[in-house]
Design a protein around this ligand. Structure first.
Ligand code: HEM
Length: 120
């Protein structure tokens, strides 16, 4: 049940991140809505809370927890790059955007494979 919620928030967080970057360019009128500013923070918080609940529920920290640490580190990098995307312009903004998407995909693959070094 919590895992289903977690996966739902993963999809919503991904969609809201892309939306926050693309909508201001495509539909600037929508961006003025209060919901547009608040929703991403609510979704990101629920994603984090559902992840923490899964860690506790599955006692993941008492066994092989390297992948959880990798997920959290990649999540921090994703947040940092996300802030850079919102605050910068031009090439820096798009490089940060690509990096953030790569982090998100990495987090997803690590979650499924339970291996931070799945690419080796
Ligand atoms: C961008 C953020 C995140 C993404 C893309 C993501 C992605 C995923 C995915 C795809 C799964 C399903 C894995 C499977 O069914 O095999 C999953 C499960 C899980 N995630 Fe996340 N997650 C994120 C954030 C977090 C955070 C912040 C935590 C912990 C603090 C966390 C902890 C977990 C745990 C413990 C599971 C359950 C693993 C299992 O039962 O097999 N996740 N996550």
């Amino acid at each position: 049940m919590i895992k289903m919620l977690h996966l739902t928030f993963v999809l919503l967080a991904f969609a809201s991140f892309i939306g926050r970057v693309l909508l201001p360019m495509m539909r600037p009128d929508l961006v003025k809505h209060k919901a547009f500013k608040i929703a991403p923070h609510v979704i990101d918080t629920l994603l984090l809370l559902s992840g923490i609940t899964l860690v506790v529920q599955g006692s993941w920290l008492s066994g092989n927890y390297g992948w959880i640490i990798a997920k959290i580190i990649a999540l921090l990098i994703y947040i940092g790059l996300g802030v850079l995307v919102m605050r910068s312009e031009g090439q820096t903004r798009w490089l940060a955007f690509a990096g953030a998407i790569a982090c998100f995909i990495y987090i997803g693959i690590v979650a499924v494979s339970k291996n931070p070094f799945f690419f080796l």
